[in-house]
Design a protein around this ligand. Structure first.
Ligand code: TXA
Ligand code: MG
Length: 349
């Protein structure tokens, strides 16, 4: 299939292009589009055949449910059985934005979209082009991240093109996204609201609005016997081709130890890379050192993570050492992705 690739202004997307994209979605086709978190691979959420196409294009296991994207609050009422008061309060506080909530679904949402579950994940994105696209569609766009299953989520249109060119009808290029990590997911189908995936909206931010929120025990666990509740969180994800190791400890020690390992590897003819910060990048003696931005700016670290992981795949390195990023607000979200990318390989020095 020939993929149409169109550049759009992320704030004022071209009327005609958005009309064409909406038409493709209504006909059951697929359109990749920018959101404020990561690029999404959209299909009509109410059309089971469109959902099946999404799974096929991504190579995604069909038990891994999709998030349904809406543009207004009324649309939520159209697909769920009930809306708990706390969910309504979070919607009031954080929608449109990088927050996904899980509800019991009604009969309008096909099981093909929810991976066979009777619950549905719903998000109202804040990105202007994403909202416009939803309005031009049936009002419900199922959209996982627009990457091939297992690869880092796309934060730029080139990442989408790398993974999905020739597999989807259209890719809308709205430039680099603002946040760079996928939305926070909260499940409202149990006793206490539970975070199934950490993101930009932290537990603390939600607790200030609705009181106690718990965290899925399966999330950070290295022990694979504790299964994460979101089906997608159990899969191997984000891993670069090179072996990635996270190195934790006091800054000087990390730098010294990593430089020692690099010397040893290079003596064996193996090239190494380092994931560092602006403050430390100059201290490493590796062939490739990539900075995630300043350690003082956690939003920059979040925004650059997936791009850095993808860039390493174009380089001939055998191993990558990464600093850890336990930053105040988004640390949990950043470390959740980095730990997965590293297959939980962490060395304390
Ligand atoms: O920021 C985002 O959320 C992006 C953009 C495009 O909106 N989307 C995204 O979708 O990250 P995806 O499919 O890559 O990740 C969705 C995650 C998966 O881990 C999936 O298992 C989980 O949400 N999920 C979806 N529906 C669920 C449900 N009903 N119950 C439990 N987990 C669910
Ligand atoms: Mg994904």
């Amino acid at each position: 299939m020939e993929t149409i690739i169109e550049k759009i202004d992320p704030v004022h997307p071209d009327f005609a292009i958005m009309g064409q994209a909406g038409e493709i979605l209504r006909r059951g086709g697929l359109v990749a589009f920018p959101t404020e978190t990561v690029y999404g691979l959209g299909g009509d959420a109410l059309n089971p055949e469109a959902s099946e196409k999404i799974y096929k294009a991504k190579g995604r296991p069909s038990d891994n449910p999709l998030i349904v994207h809406i543009a207004d609050r009324e649309a939520l009422e159209g697909i769920v059985k009930e809306i708990p008061a706390k969910a309504l309060a979070l919607a009031e506080a954080f929608w449109p934005g990088p927050l996904t909530m899980i509800f019991e679904k009604n009969g309008r949402v096909p099981l093909a979209t929810t991976g066979g579950l009777d619950t549905v994940a719903v998000r109202m994105p804040g990105h202007a082009a994403a909202r416009e696209l939803i309005r031009r569609s049936t009002g419900y766009i199922a959209a996982p991240s627009a990457n091939v299953s297992g690869r880092p989520s796309p934060t730029k249109a080139v990442h989408v093109i790398e993974d999905l060119n020739g597999r989807v009808e259209m890719i809308l290029d709205g430039g680099a996204v603002g946040i760079g990590l996928e939305s926070t997911i909260v499940d409202f189908t149990g006793q206490t609201p539970m975070i199934l995936r950490p993101g930009y909206i932290s537990g603390g931010m939600m607790e200030r609005v609705i009181g106690p929120v718990c965290m899925d025990r399966g999330l950070m666990a290295e022990d694979s016997s504790v299964r994460p509740k979101a089906p997608g969180m159990k899969y191997r994800h984000y891993a670069p081709k090179a072996e990635l190791t996270i190195v934790e400890g006091e800054e000087n020690r990390v730098v010294e130890t990593v430089n020692g390992w690099i010397r040893e590897k290079e003596a064996l003819g193996l090239r190494c890379g380092v994931i560092a910060t602006d403050e430390t990048a100059g201290l490493y003696r590796a062939e490739t050192v990539m900075s995630m931005g300043s350690r003082e700016d956690e939003e920059s670290i979040a925004r650059h993570l997936f791009d850095v992981l993808r860039r390493f795949d174009f380089l001939d390195v055998a191993c990558i050492y990464s600093e850890s990023f336990h930053t105040p607000r988004m640390g949990q979200a950043i470390m959740n992705r980095l730990l997965k990318a590293a297959g939980h390989r962490v060395i304390r020095v």
